[in-house]
Design a protein around this ligand. Structure first.
Ligand code: MLT
Length: 203
């Protein structure tokens, strides 16, 4: 997968794995990563799917309606890519922390829903429930930050609550941060994620 690897100066920091939103690229979330942990290594991935020229991590049939077959395929493809990238760059795979926005949060969520060891923790900005009816792996002790908007038309509050319940039910340590806004990723939400990251994942 097309990606950026940036070796960080701080070997004690976890590796931040970045997943952009629909129409984005692997460059989009780099400033966010610097805000979270300036010394962390960064692996930023570009989604392999194109929707009218816009990169995404998996296909959708309509807004908010996912192609579940493609989601399963792309989730495995991305998971395999992360394992290969860890070996290639000499990074500790057990210390990958996902940072995703919108479609990127959804592919990260789909990995959490399928693999016990996908991430050491995750920051999900405006995620949806990636798929219903799956039995989640044991996520005991996995810290997950969810940034949500009370007026988010793409991910309504009830879906955020459902996602929180599913992840917490699998044992994840979930924190939900609410903004009185829509689907956008605001500076205050990014600051809340950074404070949460320092308390849960920075050494
Ligand atoms: C998705 O397709 O993953 C969600 O609808 C969010 C987005 O618009 O990318």
């Amino acid at each position: 997968m097309r990606h950026i690897w940036e070796q960080g100066a701080d070997p004690s920091a976890p590796t931040l794995v970045l997943f952009h939103g629909t129409g984005g690229t692997e460059r989009d979330l780099i400033p966010l990563a610097k805000r979270l942990s300036p010394g962390a290594s960064v692996l930023s991935v570009r989604g392999n799917v194109l929707e009218n020229g816009m990169p995404r991590f998996f296909r959708r049939l309509a807004e908010g309606v996912f192609d579940l077959e493609d989601l399963a395929f792309r989730t495995e493809e991305t998971y395999d890519f992360l394992n290969d990238a860890a070996a290639r760059y000499g990074a500790d795979r057990s210390r990958f922390v996902a940072v995703g926005y919108s479609n990127g949060a959804n592919i990260a969520g789909s990995m959490l829903f399928r693999y016990k060891d996908a991430f050491r923790g995750a920051i999900l900005h405006h995620p949806m429930v990636p798929q219903r009816g799956l039995t989640l792996p044991d996520l005991t002790g996995t810290p997950v930050f969810i940034g949500a908007g009370t007026n988010d038309p793409i991910c309504p509050p009830a879906e955020t609550a459902e996602l929180e319940t599913l992840l917490a039910g699998a044992g994840a340590d979930v924190a939900v941060h609410w903004e009185q806004r829509g689907h956008q990723l605001t500076a205050t939400e990014a600051d809340a994620a950074a404070a949460w990251f320092r308390s849960k994942l920075a050494l």
